[in-house]
Write a protein that binds this ligand. Structure first.
Ligand code: NAD
Length: 273
């Protein structure tokens, strides 16, 4: 069984983008007490420091819609690219992305960017599904004609990933998306040559849900008894899987650097470099 370290992938992407973002500004919003978003922000801070990016972090336990709107308006006026960490308690990401212009949307969640993704055109795409693809590509895991089962249909991870994996001429996968209403989940996941779990449910995937030799990608970031863990029961699954990503040190490590790759693309667009 191979451990697919995200840290190796991260290093390669870091080398690719370093030097390009010195002194650039980046607006990040985090509201509430979700452990995943806190963990995500700490990764962003570390990378920003290493890359010389000037972060403007708006972090609150609670925030009224008006405060959120005002801060986004300020970033818009200053032409600063924006990332909103999910979840924002009580507010749908779709509402927030309606007020962020697509050219400042670092996460690729504005309907315009999502439309480009759906059409298979180049654009700014969500970093988490991109991170899954970077890991598959780095470790040369074939998806062409293979069965890929994704657990989770959120617009941040599962849904865009399903679109990317269908892309003709690159990933060419046969994609199944399972979710909270899927019956007999493990029967479905057992079909996967690759299984990607993005459910936000600690230890959800067990060995019964894994085909012998399958590649298991764990997107989940959860906190249980103060420790970070994924959506895959790593110890249980590791003997059956052919390859598996750890948590921490897997998808999250790659996501946090891909945010900066998106940021670089945006800055190059805005400033016409
Ligand atoms: P979400 O809550 O928006 O969506 C979860 C999805 O999983 C839903 O579609 C739901 O139907 C499905 N689901 C939940 N429980 C299920 C179950 N028992 N069986 C089958 N399907 C189930 O979450 P999200 O924003 O997509 O995030 C998912 C996980 O990924 C979270 O743990 C989050 O912290 C993590 N995350 C990680 C990264 C990273 O870089 N590694 C980035 C973003 C999110």
């Amino acid at each position: 069984m191979r451990i697919l370290s995200g840290r190796e992938v991260r290093k390669r992407i870091f080398e690719e983008i370093k030097g390009g973002l010195e002194g650039r500004e980046f607006g990040v919003m985090r509201i509430g007490d979700d452990p995943g978003s806190r963990y995500y922000l700490s990764g962003i801070r570390k990378n920003a420091e290493k890359l010389g990016v000037r972060l403007d972090v708006f972090e609150r336990e609670k925030a009224a819609w008006e405060e959120i709107e005002n801060k986004i308006e300020e970033w818009k006026r200053r032409n600063i690219p924006v990332l909103i960490l999910q979840p924002v308690p009580g507010i749908s990401p779709h509402e927030i992305y309606k007020i962020i212009p697509p050219e400042l949307d670092v996460e690729g969640l504005h309907p315009w960017n999502m439309g480009l993704l759906l059409r298979g055109e180049a654009g700014i795409f969500p970093p988490t599904p991109q991170a899954v693809l970077e890991i598959l590509s780095f470790y040369e895991i074939e998806t062409k004609g293979k069965e890929v089962v994704i657990v989770g249909r959120s617009s941040v991870v599962g849904r865009p990933l399903s679109m990317m994996l269908l892309h003709k001429g690159t990933w060419d996968a046969t994609v199944t998306v399972a979710h909270s209403r899927t019956r007999n989940l493990f029967e479905v996941t057992r079909r996967g040559d690759v299984v990607v779990v993005a459910a936000g449910s600690p230890m959800l995937l067990k060995r019964e849900g894994v085909k012998e030799g399958a590649c298991v990608i764990d997107v989940g970031i959860n906190e249980v008894s103060g420790k970070v863990c994924g959506d895959v029961d790593f110890e249980d699954v590791k003997e059956k899987a052919g390859a598996i990503t750890p948590v921490p040190g897997g998808v999250g490590s790659v996501t946090s650097i891909l945010i900066f790759k998106n940021l670089l693309k945006i800055h190059e667009g805005i400033h016409g470099k």
